[in-house]
Design a protein. Sequence first.
Length: 348
Amino acid sequence: MTTGKNGITYAEAGVDIDAGNALVERIKPAAKRTARPGVASGLGGFGALFDLKAAGYSDPVLVAATDGVGTKLRIAIDTGNVDGVGIDLVAMCVNDLVCQGAEPLFFLDYFATGKLETEQAARIIEGIAEGCAQSGCALIGGETAEMPGMYPAGDFDLAGFAVGAMERGTALPEGVAEGDVLLGLGSNGVHSNGYSLVRKLVEISGLGWDDACPWGEGTLGAALLTPTRLYVTQVLAAIRAGGVHALAHITGGGLTENLPRVLPEGLGADIDLDAWALPPVFGWLAETGGMAQAELLKTFNCGIGMIVVVAPERAEALTELLTAAGESVSTLGTVTAGQGVSYKGALS
């Protein structure tokens, strides 16, 4: 070990520990507002504690989910509009988790960048806290990794980890049967899947992120950065009201691939494509790329972000409940004998 004057420092190698500490202090208020029963420690420790008994569970089963935002981040980085991608991160995890019938309890994030920019990172994590607050989930920890040489200047990546719980014996899917009704909950747009294709289609169109949105107000970049819709509190209320047999989060693979994941062997589904209006963003994407309807349905959510499979006698009551909770609800079709998803009508 050398003695005397200081040699090279960690900061000179590109990692600023002081900036990381400043970020932790900056985001503590955001994390604090996500506190809920069960949280037993704050940010800054080597680990985070959560008390399931204090959260109200007597015989809990834990459910975990992890996901990212994907190449939607490229648009956020290129436009500097990073405030909503934290909501996307939370939504992609907790919307999956609730499909098992679980209540999201806590969330951890992983933020990696080449050089930590405290203001940018704080905006991203404050978005994560907003997503957690909206879904009743506590932000109890995370990791900020400054890794010079791993990411180009200004780039970053995000990953999220959600843990939830349910009482033993209440897992979904359960009880799905022929004749069950499919209720579709409207999406906020493209959400967080298919953005490699979205960016390719924007390139084909010749438009830039700052150009006017072809199908709505504001810029193209801002429209495509609309955060993923959070369905957690609304869907949990429906589950507790009774009659929900399954939930399918419509992400990569669209309606075609995701709905069969919650249907038992020997059962399929019939969906009426005339049951809802295709949001204009998908019409523009399809027209720009000359996409066939089948490809659109297998790639994007096409305006339906979550499907709730319900007992026929509960369909009307649950539609009213979900509508009162702010959801746009469409009756898409029914569960049938067979395999896979069959469509009638046309997206329009």
